[in-house]
Design a protein around this ligand. Structure first.
Ligand code: KIV
Ligand code: ZN
Length: 556
């Protein structure tokens, strides 16, 4: 392999999904995996198969499709490796091996904590046992899959001598990638770079493995730490779209990749990423999980290429390089090229959607086109941003039967209380109607929906934003709700123990777009409630899998 090539290992679907409230369904994960493949990532960490039946199914589905199909639009590119995470225990490794098996390039990523803090207080064991388990479990993983990555969890706070021993043992047992996680985002760039250099130098068999960086952003240093590790010889970067991830998140893919591309003279390194897809990938992830990208976010924020001050604007008009180090088009942030209107046909809409990275056909395209026509009747021009909103509102197929909005009539104003009447299609095909008063139009609408679905949830967040400029802009509403139904005994404990890190359950997100923001609100709320209902059996599966796991684990 080219010594100057840095592999991009995307963990949006695994570490990213561990962000509280970022849980995704299998169709959503599949759509993101397809986007990552188009983006050109080398490895997709698709999930943690032993964590739940749902995680297992999602990894297997991605391995069977994205991991084995040619990358659309990029015929020369091989499909990405599909990776499943596993603790260093046989049961996890077996689940991971089964899940990634259909991929052309399957990988298992196994980990065990190496800091004394984790060894004594979390694993309640000894360094000797961790060393023994590393050798035994990497060897076992290697008997299941040819491509094994090993991570000493909390490497950033581990004793260096012990880390050298553990990494040596992992490579001896067959690991071909050694990932060094700064699990709690504690190190500074100089310390993290020095750690990678030390391991490459001191581990006797280090030349037989690729070193990888995995940095968390608790102190805002994840991108800087990743770059320091790469400068010290790491040739794989573990990153997520928009920097999603546990707590403050992981290093952002777009930042690490654009730093390497923009400062190529300094680093002398390349990646396989098609950087013109970065903004699209960012939007897809943000719309799927409802985490709004801050306008000042590096590379993909709405203001990343906006110039406000007179001095800056003057400089830009004289020479674009005055205040811009990257071209907007190089990250896919170019201005809208094509404006569609109410006379545009299904074909033109389909072609434009394809250019935007949504390859839809048949019923999925019909559904989006129907929404498109409804919006185009009310809005003169449909921009790319509108299309993205329509698309995210329409085509992600519901998992099983769902409640959907048929009609909404709201009376509100200065005279008296707001009243909402909703007509809702139930999963069994019957129609329910409810009329309720509320303190305002949105409150009345949500109460009317609640009265039909009878799900008990707490509304945590409600946000409206205009997708495009203008009075006829499409409004997008996002809501975040918490399922108030009690979790069964032991559920939360078992889940967080198996992941090795905390995971917040029961918070889901829904979004909806419409030219009428009350209608958009109703759609967003219904989507969230449908997800609450769909997640309830998954929460039970997770409990079952983990209670088996706990029994199996005591012997290892
Ligand atoms: O941050 C971390 O330590 C991890 C490991 C599982 C690699 O995500
Ligand atoms: Zn992590």
């Amino acid at each position: 392999m080219d010594d100057n090539y840095v592999k991009i290992f995307d963990t949006t679907l695994r570490d990213g999904e561990q962000s509280p409230g970022a849980t995704m369904t299998t169709p959503e994960k599949l759509e993101i995996a397809r986007m990552l493949s188009r983006l050109g990532v080398d490895v997709i960490e698709a999930g943690f198969p032993a964590a739940s039946n749902d995680d297992f199914d999602a990894v297997r589905c991605i391995a069977a499709t994205v991991g084995s199909e040619a990358v659309s639009g990029r015929p020369q590119k091989t499909p990405p490796s599909i990776c499943g995470l596993a603790r260093a225990v046989e049961r996890d490794l077996e689940w991971a091996a089964k899940a990634v098996a259909p991929a052309k390039f399957p990988r298992i990523h196994t980990f065990i904590a190496t800091s004394d803090l984790h060894i004594e207080h979390k694993l309640r064991t000894t360094r000797a046992d961790v060393l023994r388990r590393t050798s035994a479990m990497v060897r076992f993983a290697r008997s299941l899959c040819a491509d094994i990555e090993f991570s000493p969890e909390d490497a950033g706070r581990s004793d260096h001598e012990f880390l050298v021993e553990v990494v040596h043992a992992a490579i001896e047992a067959g690991a071909t990638t050694i990932n060094i996680p700064d699990t709690v985002g504690y190190l500074t760039p100089a310390e993290y770079g020095a750690l990678i250099a030390l391991l490459r130098e001191r581990v006797p068999n280090s030349g037989r493995a690729i070193f990888s960086v995995h940095c968390h952003d608790d102190l805002g240093m994840a991108t800087a730490n990743s770059l320091a590790g790469i400068a010290a010889g790491a040739r794989q970067a573990e990153v997520t779209i928009n920097g999603l991830g546990e707590r403050a998140g992981n290093a952002a893919l777009e930042e690490v990749v654009m730093a390497l591309a923009t400062r190529r003279q300094r680093f002398g390194l390349t990646t396989g990423i098609d950087t013109t897809q970065l903004v699209r990938a960012s939007k897809l992830v943000s719309q799927t999980i409802g985490f709004v990208v801050p306008p000042n976010k590096a590379v993909v924020g709405a203001n990343a290429f906006a110039h406000e001050s007179g001095i800056h604007q003057d400089g830009m008009l004289k020479n674009g390089l005055a205040y811009e180090i990257m071209l907007p088009a190089s990250v896919g942030a170019g201005r809208t090229q094509l404006v569609l209107g109410k006379h545009s046909g299904r074909h033109a809409v389909g072609v434009r959607l394809g250019e935007l990275g949504h390859e839809l056909e048949g019923a999925a395209l019909d559904a989006v086109f129907e929404r498109y026509k409804a919006v185009a009747d009310r809005k003169k021009q449909i921009t790319d941003a509108d299309l993205e909103a329509i698309c995210s509102d329409s085509h992600i197929a519901p998992a099983g039967g769902e409640y959907s909005l048929l009609d909404l009539i709201v009376c509100c104003g200065t005279q008296g209380l707001a009243t909402a009447t909703v007509r809702i299609n139930r999963p069994d095909g019957s129609v329910a109607v409810a009329a309720i008063i509320g303190s305002g139009p949105v409150d009345a609408t949500f109460k009317a929906i609640d009265s039909i679905l009878a799900t008990s949830v707490t509304l945590l967040e409600y946000m409206v934003h205009a997708v495009t400029e203008g009075i006829d802009a499409l409004g997008e509403v996002s809501v975040r709700v918490r399922d108030s139904e009690p979790v069964r005994d032991g559920d939360a404990d078992a889940g967080s123990e198996a992941r090795g890190q905390g995971r917040s359950e029961g918070i889901v997100y829904g979004n909806g777009a419409d030219t009428d923001i009350v209608v958009a609100s109703a759609k967003a709320y219904l989507k969230a409630l449908n997800r609450v209902l769909a997640a309830r059996p998954i929460r039970s599966h997770r409990t079952e899998r983990f209670s088996q796991e706990k029994q199996g684990d005591t012997s290892s």
